[in-house]
Design a protein around this ligand. Structure first.
Ligand code: C5P
Length: 303
């Protein structure tokens, strides 16, 4: 086999309920993930040694060493099976880099699935999910896609029903935000405050199941948003611009700085994207729908 390509979706957290810091430094979450139709593609090919390249917007910010989750995925899978991780990994990037849409996690899940196919390992799904959880809290969701509630540090997933198509606009900011820095700011802002146990919102899960966009818009919530806004105050203007442009609601995606706007239709999404692009409050926009499938092999197709 000359190469394997896997397509992996971005995610938006439609609810991100964050508990207090745990002794291990992580935070317990009630994290409602929704996969969206904005993808990275990860291609692996046999090589003399493990190497990595990346193309696309923001590619220059992507590390090409073993700190990259795609490289770590290849190393982890090879180690598990006692084989050499000799592959070239190429990432075609569309998901904003360090944007709060799980782009790095997507590449980790994609490389894991692609190497598994290239090396003919047929690793069982539950073992792949366990390896994903070792790579990072958001990586298991990148593998499964759709919609899911993540508890623990976000890696323990229960699939959720989605009753329709939701239309989104994502406003990409200049530069990224560090996830640990945003959680650190959350800790600072909640110091001395009793942080409640994170719990999934019934209204949000109902709206998701019923395909009710206005209901979902009213229930969107991200406990990391105040921390992301404290570190990047200009995001407040982006949120205002998207809502003024007709979005049902807007919120910071995950740890940011990408902002996500739910709209009532594909036409409304086009209008909101236009308003955002001309507002001068973001670098670029993407229109996407949800739910989207998880990591899946696109070539060779096996047909
Ligand atoms: O799991 P992952 O490596 O993606 O997490 C990156 C960082 O985000 C962690 O080092 C931690 O600072 C923060 N984090 C957290 N609680 C979570 C998930 C991530 O504090 N549930």
């Amino acid at each position: 086999m000359s190469g394997v390509t896997v397509r992996v979706p971005a995610k938006v957290n439609i609810q991100l309920a964050v508990g207090g810091a745990r002794p291990d430094g992580y935070h317990d979450l009630a994290n409602v993930f929704l996969a969206v139709s904005l993808h990275d593609e990860v291609t692996v090919r046999p090589a003399d040694r493990l190497t990595l390249t990346c193309e696309g917007p923001g590619a220059e910010q992507v590390p090409l060493d073993t700190t990259n989750l795609a490289a770590r995925a290849a190393l982890l899978l090879a180690e598990r099976h006692g084989i050499a991780p000799d592959v070239h990994i190429h990432i075609a990037k569309r998901i904003p880099v360090a944007g709060g849409m799980a782009g790095g996690s997507a590449d980790g899940a994609g490389a894991l699935l692609a190497c598994d196919a290239l090396w003919g390992l047929k690793t069982p799904r539950d073992e792949l999910l366990e390896l994903c959880a070792r790579l990072g809290s958001d990586v298991p969701f990148s593998l499964v896609g759709g919609a899911a509630l993540g508890v623990g540090r976000g890696e323990l997933l229960t699939p959720l029903e989605v009753g329709g198509t939701f239309h989104w606009v994502f406003a990409v900011a200049d530069g990224g935000l560090s996830t640990p820095a945003v959680y650190g700011e959350f800790d600072r802002l909640t110091e001395g405050v009793r942080v409640p146990e994170p719990q999934a919102s019934r209204a949000l899960l109902d709206a998701l199941r019923e395909g009710d966009a206005p209901g979902l818009g009213a229930a969107l919530v991200n406990d990391l948003q105040p921390a992301a806004l404290a570190l990047r105050p200009s995001l407040a203007r982006t949120l205002d611009a998207g809502v003024a442009g007709g979005a049902l609601a807007g919120l910071v995606s995950g740890s940011g700085p990408t902002t996500a706007f739910l709209t009532k239709s594909a036409d409304a999404a086009a209008e909101v994207a236009h308003t955002l692009r001309t507002s001068g409050t973001c670098a670029t926009t993407h229109i996407a729908t949800s739910p989207a499938p998880g990591a899946s092999q696109v070539s060779p197709s096996g047909d």
